[in-house]
Design a protein around this ligand. Structure first.
Ligand code: RIB
Length: 334
């Protein structure tokens, strides 16, 4: 049977409050001999503070909530690894909440984390990027940071990679390989990351004097199946195009599958690019040219900034990182 704070108080013939003050090093009102007596009894009885009981006093659980939208997407595990490694360095644990891009599930998780008295939350929204749940976080007054998927709210730190310049760069790369009719499979346009990347696509096309053809632009949902379906819809339009840029790697893999099934060779007939540089992009055939997001670094920064925010120390309010072009085999010069 574990020794409790009550056992210590009884043995030392003092109140539980006195023992709690000594455990939490708040010694006002406790004489030195009483404190020494309590410490000796704790040592003799091998007392271990109960973390839940302790957190009731310190109001700190040294636990962070990490809300993510889709753990089936290999983009997110690297983000988790960065958060976890950094949280552990600072003596924090994490509770991972996968929302499956479901707003109701996300709301439930926010309530669960509040009940568990976590010290802060790292928040990556669902593809819908709803404000309602963010308003709940603000109402709960739980310190939180936004990671990767931003929602336009004041005063909340956010860490992300610059999708507009990232997609701009990969479209520039296609144009430098003489592609002019470039199809585009976007992410869900309710989401900041998808909107930013689409802006990058449009800017690169406009700067090259190319006007995007609406029949060659489809909206996906970041899942592999939607890449397949969007590619299929584009092919049905029977419009000429020589390349397709996808707003993430999973949709690019789906598009590769659709092109293969349609008897088209990549990159001989159609060049394909992705975005994220998940491990799959380096094992598919042909290996995918893509943009590598600084995913692990984003996770590390989010944890560090949140922990500084919890400690009310100075911290960055906005961190924008740059993705990097990774050239592999899925783009041909025409
Ligand atoms: O692949 C999933 C996408 O959603 C990634 O590009 C990442 O930015 C996340 O927001």
């Amino acid at each position: 049977m574990a020794v409790t704070i009550k056992d210590i108080a009884r043995e030392a013939n003092v109140s539980i409050t006195t023992v709690s003050r000594v455990i939490n090093n708040k010694n006002e009102g406790v004489s030195k001999e009483t404190k020494d007596k309590i410490l000796q009894i704790m040592k003799r009885l091998n007392y271990r503070p109960n973390s839940v009981a302790r957190s009731l006093v310190t109001k700190k659980t040294h636990t962070l909530g990490l809300i993510l939208p889709d753990i089936t997407n290999p983009f997110f595990p690297d983000l988790v690894r960065g958060v976890e490694d950094t949280a552990n360095i600072y003596g924090y644990n994490i509770i991972l909440c996968n929302t499956d891009d479901d707003i109701a599930k996300e709301k439930t998780y926010i309530k669960v984390l509040k009940e568990k008295c976590i010290d802060g939350i790292i928040y990556t929204s669902t593809i819908k990027s709803e404000n309602q749940n963010v308003k709940m976080l603000l109402k709960y007054e739980i310190p939180f940071v936004m990671l990767d998927r931003l929602i336009d709210i004041k005063g909340v730190p956010y860490i992300y990679a610059d999708g507009e310049s990232g997609m701009y760069e990969i479209i520039r790369y296609l144009i430098e390989n003489n592609h002019r009719r470039i199809a585009y499979i976007s992410g869900p346009m309710t989401n900041h990351t998808a909107i930013q990347r689409f802006e990058g696509y449009k800017r690169a096309m406009a700067e090259a004097g190319l006007s995007p053809d609406g029949d060659l632009i489809m909206e996906g949902n970041y899942k592999m199946r939607s890449g397949y379906e969007c590619m299929s819809e584009i092919l049905k339009k029977k419009k000429k195009f020589t390349a397709v840029a996808c707003a993430n790697d999973l949709m690019a893999v789906g598009a590769l599958e659709c092109l293969r099934e349609s008897g088209m060779k990549v990159p001989d007939d159609i060049s394909v690019t992705g975005y994220d540089d998940i491990y799959v992009s380096n094992v598919v055939t042909p290996k995918l040219t893509t943009m590598a997001q600084p995913t692990y670094e984003m996770g590390c920064l989010a944890a560090r900034i949140l922990i500084k925010s919890i400690a009310e120390e100075n911290h960055e309010k906005e961190v924008k990182l740059r993705p990097k072009l990774v050239i592999r085999e899925s783009v041909a010069k025409i």
